[in-house]
Design a protein around this ligand. Structure first.
Ligand code: E4P
Length: 217
């Protein structure tokens, strides 16, 4: 499973990259607004930091605008993946951009039929939002399961990118279902490293070692 960082904060991303477990980054207009700075400059910095797919979302709402903005975003860096919101304009723009060889991530996906259409339009990634579905008492992971099944049945090349991840359990569940990618806020990636038994175990190993060294004199 690929792990992406869901953030527009270059420092947060840069602190995780040396761990060697980060495969890419996803941003959205809210994350880039929170990060501050000139979005295109920030996106370029992120691309140079992670050297993997970096999703950058269009803010145009019509097909012509999405395609124009998508081409501009793709021109920032070879690692940019253009993100378009699901809908008729997004699906049409996805097809146009994909035909030009530009990778597209169809975002704001909340149903299996939306994911099916994104795959038919040639999306490289589809982003179902599990956390936002859980928030309204609907199983986000059931949606992932449906999409993985449908994509397998028809051998679509589109990768299932689990978005709106809220905690490590989402990553476990996504992995069991065979999702291709999880994009996680930095805090969730930090949480993957933590287990109290690891800390207690290491403390005991080191204490026993020290005791043995002291006994030797
Ligand atoms: C990433 O592609 C999505 O935009 C992001 O995961 C949404 O997360 P949120 O639901 O926590 O805002």
């Amino acid at each position: 499973m690929k792990l992406f960082v869901d953030s527009g904060n270059v420092n947060d991303i840069a602190s995780l990259v040396p761990l060697g477990i980060i495969d890419g980054v996803t941003t959205n207009p809210s994350l880039l607004a929170k990060a501050g700075g000139e979005p295109r400059v920030v996106l370029k910095e992120i691309c140079q930091t992670v050297k993997g797919p970096v999703s950058a979302e269009v803010v145009a709402t019509d097909v012509t605008g999405m395609v124009r903005e998508g081409r501009e975003l793709a021109g920032i860096d070879e690692h940019i993946v253009v993100k378009v919101p699901f809908g008729k304009p997004g699906v049409q723009a996805c097809g146009t951009l994909a035909n030009e060889g530009i990778r597209v991530n169809v975002t704001l996906v909340f149903s299996a039929t939306q994911a099916l259409l994104a795959a038919k339009a040639g999306a490289t990634f589809v982003s179902p939002f599990v956390g936002r579905l859980d928030d309204i008492a609907t199983s986000g992971m059931e949606l992932i399961s449906q999409i993985v099944d449908i994509y397998e049945n028809y051998e679509f090349g589109t990768e299932v990118l689990v978005a709106s991840v809220r905690g490590p359990i989402h990553i476990v569940q996504a992995g069991r279902l065979g999702a291709d990618v999880c994009t996680c806020p930095p805090a969730v990636i930090e949480a993957l490293f933590k287990h109290p038994l690891t800390d207690i175990g290491l403390e005991k190993f080191l204490a026993d070692w020290e005791k043995a060294q002291a006994a030797k004199g």
